[in-house]
Design a protein around this ligand. Structure first.
Ligand code: 6GU
Length: 273
């Protein structure tokens, strides 16, 4: 996979040299190209922003530097044999970044990121490239960052660990919280390792039993405990078909009950639409 990032803060992307993404680069599984947007400015102050039409606070990133930068990045990429680019535009107004979208992006050969500062990029830039290549406007959560660079790091890490051979163990993805599939999307429960006693705290007996069936059941019960506590919306959204008899018993024990439509809900709460 090839990644290009156009930014006014190339240093912000230094973490891409480290850890999982850094190793994938070193192994040649990932090619990362960072570009300084100011390279495509021609005035003394390397201006990349201007005041918004219609007034209002803040500044808007100008069309020309982005247009020239993206034309050249795309042309150079094609020339060096890359194909199938998609533009990934980090913005708090984008669609939510989910594990499903991470999987989709991991199947693309070439991602071009355009992290913006200020109030964002002149709309005509996205509209222009959307006529040439797929564009994904993506938000990493319901909060506002000062710029899209941190979002690029988040998206890149989530995508890179899905690339074949990057994590080492292909099985590792299957049990990810939020992994797409038939399973209920549950948060993962607690994990333990040596020593068996630490500051007077032991580990759950069942994990030492060697009984794989009971261990799997215990892990699922713990996943239900954590999910009902931290992400009740994931339970409510679940197709109840995926709950077996024991799941239903655990949910009942945690104070949940089956609603008329078959889904599970918390007592004392309005059923959401
Ligand atoms: Cl992708 N960018 C910015 N600036 N803020 C965000 C975001 C992205 N996602 C959530 N908040």
């Amino acid at each position: 996979m090839r990644l290009d990032v156009v930014t006014i803060f190339p240093e912000y992307l230094e973490p891409l040299n480290v850890s999982l993404v850094g190793k994938a680069r070193a192994r040649g599984q990932l090619g990362v190209h960072i570009h300084d947007l100011r390279h495509w400015t021609y005035d003394r102050h390397n201006t990349v922003d201007d005041t918004p039409y219609g007034g209002g606070p803040g500044m808007v990133m100008k069309t020309e530097p982005w247009g020239e930068a993206l034309d050249q990045v795309l042309a150079d990429g094609y020339e060096s044999g890359a194909s199938g680019p998609v533009l990934v535009v980090p913005t708090p107004s984008g669609r939510p970044f989910t594990q499903e979208l991470a999987v989709e992006l991991s199947e693309r050969p070439w991602l071009v990121f355009t992290p913006a500062r200020y109030e964002g990029i002149d709309r005509r830039v996205v509209d222009e490239y959307a006529t040439r290549i797929p564009v994904f406007e993506v938000s990493i959560g319901d909060y506002v960052l000062a710029g899209g660079e941190a979002a690029v790091l988040v998206i890149t890490e989530a995508v890179a660990r899905l690339l074949p051979g990057v994590l080492g163990n292909a099985e590792s993805h299957r049990d990810d919280s939020f992994a797409p599939g038939e399973m209920a999307n549950l948060l993962e429960g607690p994990v333990y390792t040596k020593p068996p006693r630490w500051r007077g705290r032991g580990i759950p007996e069942v994990l030492l039993s060697g009984h794989h069936g009971r261990i799997a059941r215990w892990r699922r019960d713990e996943a239900f405990r954590r999910t009902t506590l931290n992400r009740p919306d994931l339970i409510e959204r679940c197709d109840p078909e995926v709950f077996d008899r024991h799941d239903r018993a655990i949910l009942a024990e945690l104070g949940w009950r089956e609603l008329p439509d078959g889904r599970f809900g918390r007592p004392g709460r309005a059923v959401e639409e």
